[in-house]
Design a protein around this ligand. Structure first.
Ligand SMILES: Cc1ncc(COP(=O)(O)O)c(C=O)c1O
Length: 457
């Protein structure tokens, strides 16, 4: 079995509660069978998300003590600005409290009523901000990304023919930018290749379309490029990260993932006019442009987190290979899941795991609830519930991918936690005939997956 030992030792521990099946049956019922509504203290191993769940290093905790909490001009802002410029290479930087706040500001500034925004698959908050700004999201990811069994090494890539088709249909002037995500979350954490990005750059230059990077998981993507793309084996992850960003016009970033902090985000760009407008917006929605919704100490921890993520390749190798180890255990037991394994999570394929539950009865949701009851592990539904309803027809979107995301927090769990989680899921797969579908008892209008409640059919 291929695994990489943790390149750190444990200095502080946080006890976690072990519960009985009976206890968990009651807890999930009270949560309306939605794992977002479980109390964290009722969870044994929390694989809901890698967002804001990282363990910080001793150096980050020390940095917190150096927070300059001045309202204006905090020294931590200048350090963070310089770190973002050094690591990602963009000229201008605007802090926000998390990723969706950066998406909000970018969408308000770049999208007009009737705009089309192509993207390599949707992300929930990203698409919603595009729609709220009057735009329409158009999926231009390669077809392979919608097939959970396809082993394509760069399933995050954009299909340039789909871009051409969109330009021909609506005209380039209605396409302000393409939203280009690294390690595409909803596709299973699948990377993009530099070759694809270069091709896209040429295409976009021809039509005057910006490339705005969703930079949330670029460090993980850079590791995949190092491992899989010809000509990159001898380059450091740090250099590859910078190269990715160099082909784009700017980025939004949720710092709660690759950047190893519990809260934070930013918008960055090379265009000065866009920067000036973004600074004007950040004061309205987030806070002064030298803190943008973060405290001085948060900015200090973030700057240190960014530096650690790319300091050497040991951390990122361990991080991605730990996820792969989890996937390999499931592969050996024939549990259906997305391949190749993503960087931040293993995604179970609920359509193949539970072929008898119709998508209108939310098989991925049924599986998340059952995993919790079986193991105390919390996972996330990434299927028909997350996809929401088509705003025009009102029907459930019924996405091709009906997935359960088992997401690895960074530097938090050990190999034995993974062994335990995999064993429970394998047992559940062997008893899958006993699982049933669900229906809504409460359905919020937007981002329904966060707060919806269900009952068994
Ligand atoms: C790819 C991607 N983009 C944007 C976001 C939104 O970031 P945040 O949760 O910090 O608002 C996320 C969060 O999960 C994400 O995975």
């Amino acid at each position: 079995m291929k695994y990489v030992p943790e390149p750190f030792r444990i200095k502080t521990v946080e006890p976690i509660k072990m519960t009985t099946r009976k206890y968990r049956e009651q807890a999930i019922k009270e949560a309306g069978y939605n794992t977002f509504l479980l109390r964290s203290e009722d969870v044994f191993i929390d694989l809901l998300t890698d967002s804001g769940t990282s363990a910080m290093s001793d150096a980050q905790w020390a940095a917190l003590q150096l927070g300059d909490e001045a309202y204006a001009g905090s020294k931590n802002f200048y350090d963070l600005e310089k770190t973002v410029q050094d690591v990602f290479g963009y000229k201008y930087f605007v802090p926000t409290h998390q990723g969706r706040a950066a998406e909000h500001i970018m969408s308000k500034l770049l999208i007009k009523e009737g705009s089309c925004i192509p993207g390599n698959m949707y992300f929930t908050t990203t698409r919603l901000h595009q729609e709220l700004a009057g735009g329409r999201f158009v999926d231009v990811i390669i077809d392979e990304a919608h097939d959970p069994s396809n082993p394509h090494p760069f399933k995050g890539n954009v299909d340039i023919n789909k871009m051409q088709k969109l330009v021909d249909e609506v005209g380039a002037d209605r396409i302000p930018y393409i939203s280009y995500e690294t390690c595409v979350n909803m596709a299973g954490g699948q990377p993009i290749s530099i070759a694809n990005l270069k091709e896209l750059r040429n295409f976009c230059d021809k039509y005057g379309i910006k490339i705005m990077l969703d930079n949330t998981r670029t460090v993980e993507n850079a590791y995949f490029i190092q491992q899989r793309e010809k000509g990159y084996a001898d380059k450091s992850v740090k250099d590859i990260v910078k190269e990715i960003c160099s082909y784009t016009d700017g980025c939004t970033c949720s710092s709660k993932k690759d950047c190893l902090v519990n809260i934070g985000g930013f918008l960055a760009m090379n265009d000065e006019d866009f920067f000036v407008e973004a600074k004007a917006q950040v004061v309205i929605y987030e806070g002064l442009h030298t803190y943008g919704g973060m405290s001085g100490r948060d900015m200090a921890a973030l700057a240190q987190g960014i530096r650690e993520a790319v300091a050497n390749d040991d951390y990122i190798k361990y991080r991605v290979e730990q996820t792969n180890y989890f996937g390999e255990l499931l592969t050996q037991a024939d549990v259906p899941h997305v391949i190749p394994h993503g960087g931040h999570a293993i995604f179970l394929d609920a359509k193949r795991f539970l072929p008898d539950i119709d998508q209108e009865q939310f098989p991925a949701l049924a599986l998340t609830a059952a995993i919790y009851v079986e193991t105390g592990v919390r996972a996330m539904e990434r299927g028909n519930v997350s996809a929401g309803r088509d705003p025009e027809t009102g029907e459930n979107r019924r996405p091709k991918l009906e997935l359960v995301r088992l997401t690895m927090p960074r530097r938090v769990y050990t190999q034995s936690h993974i062994d335990y989680a995999a064993e429970g899921i394998i047992k559940l797969y062997q008893n899958r005939d006993q699982l049933r579908g669900f229906r809504f008892v409460f359905e919020p209008k937007q981002l329904r997956f966060f707060q919806a409640r269900f009952e068994p059919v």
